[in-house]
Write a protein that binds this ligand. Structure first.
Ligand SMILES: [Zn+2]
Length: 382
């Protein structure tokens, strides 16, 4: 590992600060940057020169009505830089190359047919193909979303469903590409890339899928822990009449009643069939789904009250497939159970999310705007 000395760190921080200003302001003159920072003219001139040479920043001429020679303004060189997004899920592996504005330049996907494939080899192969299409563009980083528990700081996968990646350090495995890598659990990635649209401080994102997972953003930051934060599937539901044994060793966990796998077992039908029967109005299936809504809402209402959540965001295959009626029943249950002084603003649904686009956008956000949070880690290396 390269040892970063304090003058180096100061230089990196100054450079990042300049980049943040240029990215936020779109077009800006050097003199304005000088006014906005504590840096000297000479420092700004030197660091901007480096950024120009690296192809991250370009000089632009702005229309100026004053006579005489106008100074060159600075802006981000959008045509010259890009970011990569990667989705590693039980169903598919997708890799995409995006420009700074989120437009897709190139993508490759692999649909998983069995659990014996080497996921890491497929990820590397798709990444190499997509990266080769970046040609001379500078790649800011690779953002990876993975279904499973992952230590984002070290890059090690702790537990990964049927992906066969348990114990593997993705950051070390991809080091040979020479591009900074940022890896997050899939639910965390969705929660963290839902910022900005509403300026919310406290919210929870729940994924209802073959399993159940959640992510909490509190006071504007994702709640992190090395173990079970967000394991919403393993909260206990005491109103279950005959609690079933869960994989975690306990009985009566939410996931044993409300996940797709649990509903498949209970109805003895495939996912597609129980969704079809639900839509046709089968009373038995309707009852089961009604209980699913109730089981989800029981702990959820307490979490909303305890943490004064402003929103709950629902996503996942179950939410997409069952649609409005299912969502409305959850909405109704929450609305009637909350007290009048709650900050809660309502339920939001995320359907058909473009995960690789979100991963790439997160890289851009992290590179230009979130660098103070990541000192010593991704992506201060510029
Ligand atoms: Zn459990």
């Amino acid at each position: 590992m390269i040892k970063v000395t304090s003058p180096d760190l100061m230089k990196i921080n100054n450079k990042k600060q300049i980049l943040e200003i240029i990215y936020s302001e779109k077009n800006i003159y050097r003199a304005q940057i000088c006014e906005m920072t504590n840096m000297s003219n000479q420092t700004i001139t030197n660091l901007v020169k480096e950024l120009l040479n690296e192809g991250i920043v370009k000089e632009v001429t702005l229309e100026n009505k004053s006579k005489g020679r106008n100074p060159m303004a600075l802006s981000i060189d959008n045509e010259n830089i890009c970011a990569v997004g990667v989705e590693i899920s039980v169903e598919k592996i997708s890799v995409g190359l995006f420009d700074v504005d989120g437009n897709m330049l190139n993508d490759k996907s692999h649909i998983r047919h069995n659990d014996t494939e080497n996921v890491l080899d497929i990820v590397k192969e798709l990444l190499e193909q997509v990266i080769s299409n970046a040609l001379t563009k500078k790649i800011l980083g690779i953002g990876i979303s993975i279904e499973g528990i992952v230590d984002s700081l070290s890059g090690k996968v702790i537990k990964s469903k049927s992906l066969g990646l348990d114990g593997i350090n993705i950051l070390s495995e991809l080091e040979y590409l020479g591009i900074p890598v940022l890896i997050k659990n899939d639910v965390d990635m969705l929660a963290e890339t839902d910022y900005g649209k509403e300026l919310l401080n406290n919210y929870m994102l729940i994924k209802l899928d073959s399993g159940i997972g959640a992510a909490l953003v509190l006071d504007g930051s994702l709640l992190k822990s090395s173990h079970t934060v967000g394991e919403f599937g393993h909260v206990k539901i005491h109103s279950i009449k005959a609690p079933k044994q869960c994989k975690c060793g306990q009985c009566g966990c939410l996931t044993t009643e409300a996940s797709i796998s649990a509903i498949e077992k209970k109805t003895d039908l495939s996912f597609e069939s129980f969704v079809e029967q639900y839509k046709l109005g089968d009373s038995n299936i309707r009852n089961i789904i009604e209980n699913v809504s109730r089981y989800i809402c029981e702990p959820l209402i307490n979490i909303i009250t305890l943490l004064d959540l402003e929103r709950v965001i629902l996503t996942g295959k179950l939410v997409n497939a069952l649609g409005d009626e299912f969502i409305d029943s959850i909405k109704e249950y929450i609305d009637k159970s909350l007290n009048s002084f709650s900050s809660y603003k309502g339920l939001k649904v995320l359907n058909d999310v473009n995960v690789i686009n979100r991963c790439a956008s997160y890289v851009v956000y992290d590179y230009f705007l979130n660098w103070k949070e990541n000192q010593g880690n991704f992506p201060t290396k510029i």
